[in-house]
Design a protein. Structure first.
Length: 383
């Protein structure tokens, strides 16, 4: 019997993702939902022992070990935890909220990458900041205009970007940091998808520190491992950032769970010992599986040919993305329409869908088969 589909009233991408949570073909959210590897399953089996360890050991000691393992796994050896400038949060979104509330105490405008995941502009605008879009091509290829830097208190970049997967190179980051230092503008980075792309694993903190700019970096463990939303968001900052980040962090939370921190350490150690490379192979295989299943469908294309992150954008040609979304939803498949990634000009994303790849192969194959059929059946719509 077909399920009765509730009326869609999603106002942001997370609400679209929430619609998919109970579906057996949820290809909507970018959280990790693939099977545990054998090594990760052993870590999960040791959770009772970690619980006992978390009770006995100082939380600060556990937190430092988790940070050193996680940042070290990703090549971020100059991270400032030992200097007392890295705070742990329940999630990267909470870290973003703390940053936004800090920025609005000294600034009324921010330059933000476009497109990017819409909870970033929503959180920033929600505290009263004016958002000025910085197109991805400009952010990666050219100096930012002086007139832009003179009117903002922060430049915010997502690298690797969600949904495009584009990574800011070391040379480009260095130049952008130099510009921000020149204009006394905070440079904020969201690196939540860093773990998927080795091109994003040069030591960002060394580059930022050498520039002398005021900076903040948000890191995230939640996209990498299928840990049932048990995760840590890290909020790191420069010594000269001159924002009330620590105070606002303390307004919101006391600290994070030492049990989750121990789990993050163990997963990070496994990642450094080959687990991260295994994840990269898995995502590459899943991307190839989806592309192969959709091969030959007329008037579609994969937008981000070089992407290594755990999501894939599909341009549906002359079709409307919401038409395809509605068609596959009727078959219990959920993907993500892309209008809201283009937070300044939603029409730019209206013919694209985003598919999550951190799933089991059988789920991806079943979803791709439904999507293929829907694409072949969805009529063209011309403007």
């Amino acid at each position: 019997m077909n399920r009765i589909q509730p009326t869609v009233s999603a106002e942001n991408l997370t609400q679209f993702e929430t619609l998919a949570l109970d579906s057996s073909m949820n290809l909507a959210d970018g959280h990790a939902r693939q099977q545990l590897t054998s090594a990760q399953s052993k870590i999960v089996a040791e959770l009772p022992d970690m619980w006992a360890e978390a009770i006995m050991r100082p939380v600060s000691e556990i937190e430092q070990e988790a940070a050193e393992s996680f940042f070290g796994m990703l090549g971020q050896h100059s991270h400032p935890f030992a200097a007392g400038r890295t705070l742990s949060c329940y999630s990267s979104s909470l870290a973003m909220e703390i940053l936004a509330r800090s920025l609005v105490t000294t600034s009324d405008a921010i330059a933000l990458l476009h497109p990017t995941f819409d909870n970033i502009p929503d959180i920033l605008a929600g505290v009263g900041l004016k958002l000025i879009p910085v197109e991805e091509e400009q952010a990666h290829d050219d100096d930012l205009p002086a007139e832009l830097l003179e009117q903002v208190g922060c430049v915010f970049i997502t690298t690797p970007n969600n949904p495009t997967g584009r990574v800011m190179t070391e040379a480009r980051l260095r130049r952008l940091a130099e510009q921000c230092a020149e204009y006394n503008v905070v440079l904020a980075l969201d690196t939540s998808f860093r773990g998927f792309d080795t091109a994003a694993q040069f030591d960002h903190y060394a580059v930022l520190e050498a520039s002398g700019c005021r900076w903040v970096v948000i890191e995230d463990t939640g996209k990498l491992w299928p840990t049932l939303e048990l995760k840590i968001g890290w909020l790191a900052r420069s010594a000269n950032v001159d924002l009330p980040i620590e105070k606002i962090h303390s307004d919101i939370l006391l600290g994070t769970s030492p049990l989750i921190l121990l789990m993050v350490k163990r997963f990070s150690d496994d990642g450094a010992d080959g687990g991260l490379a295994e994840l990269h192979r898995t995502i590459a295989e899943h991307r190839a599986l989806v592309r192969a299943e959709l091969a030959g469908v007329p008037d579609i294309s994969f937008v981000d040919e070089q992407a290594r992150v755990s999501v894939e954008r599909l341009h549906v040609g002359s079709r409307m993305g919401m038409d395809v979304w509605s068609a596959v939803r009727s078959q219990n498949l959920y993907v993500l329409p892309c209008q809201k990634f283009h937070w300044a000009r939603p029409n730019e994303g209206e013919r694209m869908l985003r598919l999550a790849l951190s799933r089991n192969p059988s789920t991806l194959l079943a979803g791709a088969e439904v999507l293929r059929s829907a694409l072949l059946d969805t009529p063209e719509r011309h403007r």
